[in-house]
Design a binder for this molecule. Structure first.
Ligand SMILES: [Zn+2]
Length: 412
């Protein structure tokens, strides 16, 4: 499946790019791509820089897909697709990363300028260096290694650099999927925007996410005469204990996930009356439900309604459910999908570790591919410092991940 001598050559070449990779991180950091809705100018300048890099480094069909956005200075949000020719055109191996970053947050918490990347103990610090530049740079230099060695990858490589990931992807990959047929069903799609510290987590599935605002209405009364009112807080408390039954009703397990079950948790609680001697007439609490993909969200909602109906009857209250967020899980990428097997092989050879496909509790951008019928896997070796002050990328991870991509590109 892979020629070890060729891979050794490619890996050495990737290693020789270490300083060039750091240099690109510094340049990318100086072009902060913050969404207009978060107070920034969008990805324009960063996209221009990357477009030039791709055009000058052996890629062909470099195209910019412009998603209209009147709030961006250029009037659009740039998305870039580029290809690098391999031996076979039967399929393309894609690596998709996002150009946009989140704002630095509280600047006083930073030890340096978030846009002037600095090196400290084998790490590059700066906003965006891990999320998502680490693997953007890694994928670009994995390709560059093939160019420098005069070697052809086994099949075509596709690089997708998208906008708007941090604020919903509507002007990013969502728009790209609607505008092009560049992606094919047998392509391998790697999205390095999730992972763990050891590089052993290949994310292939997600739970459905259902956030609810639950309002219980009774009748307010004086604390000394509860019989004249209906205690909404008490009724809501009974409701919460009854909703615990969801754990036994929807009790299927799936070892792909950690925890391997669906979860139904009351979380936020709004304040009711400000004083102790009033029977509260209205109660509001929230639930965070994470539902395994083997269940449909509406069947869970139906059961919750039944439970609430019973409480309405027994306590004389009115209970309403309001959806704060309802994100049904995308169909999972099979644990045996080609993209998963290719990554496992590469991770074993590069990092000496057995990686495992797994599900996570909330949506990632790979779900957009999955919902459109593509098999996509999220993978990266990272410390998850994304969105934090002093965000960093471990340089060894950036170089190592580049070798993983190069390995995947070499696999016949
Ligand atoms: Zn990200």
């Amino acid at each position: 499946m892979i020629n070890p001598e060729l891979f050794a050559r490619i890996a050495r070449r990737v290693e020789s790019f270490r300083n060039a990779m750091i240099d690109m991180q510094v340049k990318l950091c100086a072009l902060p791509a913050i969404a207009p809705s978060s107070g920034g100018e969008g990805e324009g300048k960063k996209a221009e820089f990357l477009f030039t890099h791709l055009s000058q480094n052996g890629f062909h069909d470099v195209q910019m897909i412009k998603a209209p956005d009147l709030d961006a200075p250029d009037g659009f949000r740039p998305n870039i697709l580029a290809r690098y020719k391999g031996k076979s055109q039967a399929r393309t191996i894609w690596v998709m990363t996002h150009m946009d970053i989140v704002p630095p947050g509280e600047v006083s918490l930073w030890r340096g300028n978030p846009y002037k990347a600095w090196i400290e103990k084998g790490r590059v610090h700066g906003r965006g260096v891990e999320d998502n530049q680490q693997d953007m740079v890694a994928s670009l230099f994995a390709v560059k290694a093939f160019q420098a060695e005069g070697l052809l990858p086994a099949c075509d490589i596709g690089i997708a650099l998208v906008a708007d990931e941090e604020t919903g992807s509507r002007k990013g990959i969502d728009y790209v999927l609607k505008q092009t047929d560049a992606f094919r069903k047998n392509d391998l799609i790697i999205v390095p925007d999730a992972g763990n510290e050891t590089g052993t987590l290949i994310e292939v599935a997600e739970k459905s996410l259902l956030w609810l605002k639950i309002k219980t209405m009774g009748r307010q009364a004086h604390g000394s005469t509860p019989e004249k009112g209906i205690n909404s807080f008490k009724a809501a408390s009974f409701l919460i204990t009854e909703l615990e039954k969801l754990y036994t009703i929807f009790n299927a397990g799936d070892p792909l996930f950690d925890p391997p079950i669906s979860t139904f948790e009351p979380t936020k609680k709004e304040a009711n009356v400000p004083n102790i001697n009033t029977i509260p007439g209205e109660d509001i609490f929230y639930m965070d439900n994470r539902i395994l993909p083997c269940y449909r969200v509406p069947e869970v909602q139906k059961k919750m309604r039944e439970i609430a109906d019973a409480i309405e009857k027994s306590h004389g209250v009115k209970i309403t459910f309001e959806e704060e967020q309802n994100a049904p899980a995308a169909p999972p990428t099979p644990a045996e999908a080609a993209v998963v097997l290719a990554l496992k092989h590469a991770i074993l050879d590069v990092y000496g570790k057995e990686a495992r496909p797994a599900g996570i509790g909330g949506g990632t951008v790979a779900a957009l591919f999955r919902r459109n019928g593509f098999e996509a896997a999220c993978w990266s070796k990272l410390d998850e410092t994304a969105h934090q002050p002093n965000e960093y990328c471990i340089i060894d991870n950036m170089v190592g991940d580049a070798k993983v991509y190069a390995h995947v590109f070499l696999q016949e």
